[in-house]
Design a protein around this ligand. Structure first.
Ligand code: HEM
Ligand SMILES: [Cu+2]
Length: 540
């Protein structure tokens, strides 16, 4: 951090070592959180650039800026970075590390050294992916690494797959730390019924990280083994089965969408009560629905495979299970809206992103029901409707929750406030640009446009033009948002402990927090996380 005052305050200035080693060898959860956050934002911006390039290629039929091979590599690398280097670590590894220990009244996580190792696994994974891209032959399989193509193509699939393996390792280590910390390091009085909901969602997510991620690791290692030794594991002509790969891949990758969205839901549950000045509606329903999503979400993976030749009975079972998962998700939306009802709403920047999350995720969720129903999915499978759908959930959901978390907690961890007027304008551009881009992609998908094609039929031109222009408005909003946040970090108005009037523990300590989080005494908790009686926001 180049800002002198920030470098001399709180956990930025304390610690056993100074200088760059004071960061690269730090086992402090806040410093590790900041290192993750910096890398994750950098990766996001790189992948946004690739996304904009894809949209530019799709502005008109025919070849515009890239040919088919480059197009395949571009969406593959875009997807790999967005999934493994942005969305999955975005809230758990960055904001989980920054906020979770403080919210439960702890001074750090259970295994600080393992926590630092998780960051190095992230870095190694990222470097392997970068080498796979820049050493000639960027992977062109799609982020799903489907066989048989991924075992045959001459591009750098093994490097990219091993990069994803290391990123999985990083995710598992984060999960192990969070489950142990939440069980063992809660402060006196921090009962399970007083845990902030962000902590409950990170708890449910951590169990998926621990139990499901090894599945991805094994599956990717099998692809690498297949590329080197050609055992025929997935080769039907030699007794193997390519469909087996799809089962193995989605047994992780569908639960992985809950590693992505659950922490985002936790962020929204932190923000909605604070800016409604009302306790969250249905605390236990919210807490238990996180566990229900994690559990039921591990039983629906084959809804990605209705078009793979599955039996009608299997399709029926997975379709029914998919509808069941929608219930706890709907409970969350219902409880957020019930909390807003008759609340004294303050439309501060974090709240705007939280409200946008609810809007976007509701659309994404409804689209998910259309894809969960076999009759409509057989038509929509592998069209740009699917691409629009998962951008609504992963970008419109987790991405907007990440932006909400940036606007809610960055002032706490930098001691400075960003410009609210510019934040409003950036939000407006982002929200409108986002919905124009992905609503148009859903619409042209319903008309039958397949995904992962660099060219398309003339009748799809108008909606693709609209989607591309939408992505420019979206990009303008993103640029304005990050510039405004950066200016806030460098020269924003100094803040005290609690600019928003939050009631959770992080708002009761200095901004930025000291290295030890709390003073001499460990905190003793006597009330719930959303009880605002006597809690007011500091002037800034
Ligand atoms: C400005 C931002 C973005 C733009 C313009 C963009 C655009 C696109 C487009 C047009 C495709 C479809 C390529 C095709 O099927 O032919 C795509 C694929 C994809 N995008 Fe994005 N996207 C953006 C942000 C994101 C974010 C934030 C995420 C994750 C949260 C994401 C995840 C993905 C994934 C996983 C794929 C599938 C890649 C594949 O088929 O293997 N994108 N994106
Ligand atoms: Cu799924």
């Amino acid at each position: 951090m180049s800002d002198s005052t920030l470098a001399n305050s709180g956990f930025y200035s304390e610690g056993p070592r100074s200088g760059i080693l004071g960061w690269l060898l730090s086992t402090d959860h806040k410093r590790i959180g900041i290192m993750y956050l910096s890398c994750i934002v950098a990766m996001f911006l790189v992948a946004v650039g690739l996304g904009l390039a894809i949209r530019l290629e799709l502005i008109a039929p025919g070849q515009d800026i890239m040919g088919p091979q480059t197009y395949n590599a571009t969406f593959t690398v875009h997807g790999i970075i967005m999934i493994f280097l942005f969305v999955i670590p975005s809230i758990p590894a960055a904001f989980g590390n920054l906020v979770l220990p403080i919210q439960i009244g702890a001074r750090d996580v259970s295994f600080p050294k393992v926590n630092l190792l998780s960051w190095y696994c992230y870095i190694i994974g990222g470097l392997l992916a970068a080498i796979a891209v820049f050493s000639g032959g960027a992977p062109d399989t799609g982020w799903t690494f489907y066989v048989p193509f991924s075992t045959q193509t001459s591009t750098n699939v093994s490097l990219a797959a091993f990069g994803a393996f290391m990123l999985g390792m990083s995710s598992i280590l984060t999960g192990i730390n969070f489950v142990t910390t939440i069980h063992r390091l809660r402060a006196e009085g921090m009962t399970w019924g007083r845990l902030p909901l962000l902590v409950w969602t990170l708890y449910a997510t951590a169990w998926i990280q621990i139990l499901a991620t090894p599945m991805l690791g094994i599956t990717l290692l099998l692809v690498i083994l297949e590329r080197f030794f050609g055992a025929g594991l997935f080769d039907a002509a030699r007794g193997g089965d390519p469909i087996l790969y799809q089962h193995l891949f989605w047994i992780y990758s569908h639960p992985a969408v809950y590693i992505m969205i659950l922490p985002g839901m936790g962020v929204i549950s932190e923000i909605i009560p604070v800016f409604s000045r009302k306790p969250l509606f249905g605390y236990w329903a919210m807490a238990l629905s996180s566990l229900a999503i994690a559990f039921a979400g591990s039983l629906v993976w084959a809804h990605h495979m209705y078009a793979s030749g599955m039996s009608d009975f299997a399709i029926l079972v997975f379709s029914l299970l998919t509808f069941i998962v929608a219930i706890p998700s709907a409970i969350k939306i219902f409880n957020w809206v019930s909390t807003l009802y008759k609340g004294s709403i303050e439309l501060a920047p974090p709240m705007l992103y939280a409200l946008a999350f609810i809007f976007n995720f509701a659309i994404g969720g409804l689209g998910g029901l259309a894809l969960g129903a076999a009759a409509s999915d057989i038509h929509l499978h592998d069209t740009t409707f699917v691409v629009g759908h998962f951008h609504y959930t992963m970008f419109g959901g987790t991405g907007f929750a990440f932006f909400a978390a940036l606007h809610y907690w960055l002032p706490k961890f930098t001691g400075r406030m960003y410009n609210h007027k510019i934040a409003f304008i950036a939000w407006g551009l982002l929200f409108v640009g986002f919905n124009v881009t992905y609503m148009a992609m859903q619409a042209v998908g319903i008309q039958g446009m397949p995904r992962r094609y660099y060219d398309y039929l003339p009748e799809f031109h108008t909606l693709n033009l609209v989607a591309t222009v939408g992505s420019w408005v979206l990009a303008l909003g993103l640029a304005l948002m990050f510039i405004n946040l950066w200016r806030g970090i460098r020269s924003g108005r100094p803040i005290k402990k609690n600019p928003w009037g939050g009631a959770t523990l992080e708002w009761q300590i200095p901004s930025p927090p000291p290295m030890e989080n709390f003073g001499e005494e460990d905190p003793v908790v006597t009330s719930g996380p959303y009880e605002f009686k006597g809690v007011t926001a500091d002037e800034y």
